[in-house]
Design a binder for this molecule. Sequence first.
Ligand code: NAP
Length: 552
Amino acid sequence: MTHPQSNGQVNGPSRTDQTAIVIGAGLSGIRMMYELNKRGVSGKCLEAGAGIGGTWFWNRYPGARADSEVWVYILTFLEEIGYDWDWKERFPSQPELESYFNGVVDYLGLRDNFFLNTRVKSARYDDSKNVWHVSTSQGDEYTCDFLITATGPLSTPLKPPFVGLDTFKGQWLQTALWPDQKVDFTGKRVGVFGTGATGAQIIPLIAHAAKQLTVFQRTPNYVLPGRNFVFTKDQERELKKDFKGIAQRVRAQPFGGDMVGTTRVSSDVKNKEALNQIFDYGWEQGGFRYIFNTVNDMLTNVDCNEAASEFIRQKIRAIVQDPATAEALCPYYPLMSKRPPLGHFYYETFNRPNVELVDLRKDPVQKITPNGLQTLAKEFDLDIIVFGIGFDAVTGTLNSIDIRGAGNKPLKDHLECDLGTGYGIATTDFPNFFMILGPQSAWANLPIVIDTAADWIGKAISHMQERGHNRIEAKKELTRSWTEEVDKHFWGTLLGKGAQETGAWHVGGNVDGKPLRCYWYFGGIPRYLELCAKEVESGYPGFTFSNALQAH
Ligand code: NAP
């Protein structure tokens, strides 16, 4: 497997003492480094990859772009620092985002604090000295007062589990480890596994280039039309003029998007035809507006959800010409059980003569062969196989690092057996340890969640420094009550039931043996922001502060 190539930055010195070490140089890591820098706290960011950008460094497959509109995929601190990013499209592409992140780091003058090609292997809290010892796979050792993970919720891709893959004579690729060099699909017979958000993006693009594309689908998804477009300068200017309005609306919308929403519920609508017209309005607007700008009870009312799901199935049947293929593409679980992908000409792709859909539920894979693969019914000759089969989400990357808290307690055991955090940011028995997008963080457009966590962590560090504390730890009462809050908003709802039944990644259902639980807070952005702010304003009642060295 070829990995993206180095951007030139090399490892740092073999030993450094820092106030804070941040793991991961994606959106979260950059935001956190900015926060530390702003507060005069020394920090280094260690990044396994050869470049800045996290998700937007690794996922360089054709068609990769954000499913959030560019004007809400901005980090709000950009305005305060005056960084102006030239917006090109409604949904920014991977190259645009990668270049933007590099631009921000340079603009902030922080590049020297990012150490690339530096994978953190282990981190151990030293009770006797109240410091963290951090080791990298290159053999570097660091000590720091605060350890902050910014490892991303979707950064450990699942390995293809198929028998015989090692015998395949063609090329196989994972979307989340896409090579830096262009992959040429021209004239090739290509197989794609995965019809989630990644698959929905790459499938239409491969179809244009390949001689033959076979999509091996296990579960169909509700692919909503993205309706991307390229901005005119006037459109861009107009959007930027409303920067403050956008920021306010993002904070007020449950999903952290720029959507004013609606108070209308389906029972207010006079008949089925009128309801379908409302759904059509959301469908035409593109993106997640279908979910949030149509009716307010789509995610809580079974009948309303079924009507919204059936509307999409009708669209699939209208778009896809072959009835059997259309039917195989139709999901029958409640919409939003899985995170719906955004697509651009996704369903239309299956009308192409060079595209075939294989329904793995009816015809499962037996093995990969030297020349392709064999299902129960048929053999497929393939030159390239692409796997976009998902991630060991949220805890996967944290668990891959040997992180040990007070009393040498492994974080992995804690997350697997006794998961409980405060706001997804901190947990018990892990002093001076913070997570950005840790388990039980808010499920939303991520920049607002990242912003909130980084700001919260920055304030907590300043609070300690101002009062002469050097140890902070979440209380068990907080992690228990936050877990109750998380569970209350998820289990027993339509979303919880559907996620469990479909094996959605946000409940760990896509990884064999992973504890099935809600890894995200579904209470919405306004409440998440309110509770995070309340913790700070009321003097951190959920946390214990101390001067650890005095205690020893
Ligand atoms: P995913 O949603 O977990 O989808 C993985 C796909 O692979 C599913 O269709 C799954 O089928 C299939 N699969 C897994 N194992 C398989 C196997 N052994 N055989 C056949 N099929 C298999 O992963 P993803 O598409 O990478 O997306 C994950 C998340 O990343 C998204 O939900 C989204 O939050 C984020 N993402 C965002 C963007 C964006 O914003 N633009 C783009 C891509 C991803 P089953 O459903 O049957 O398990």
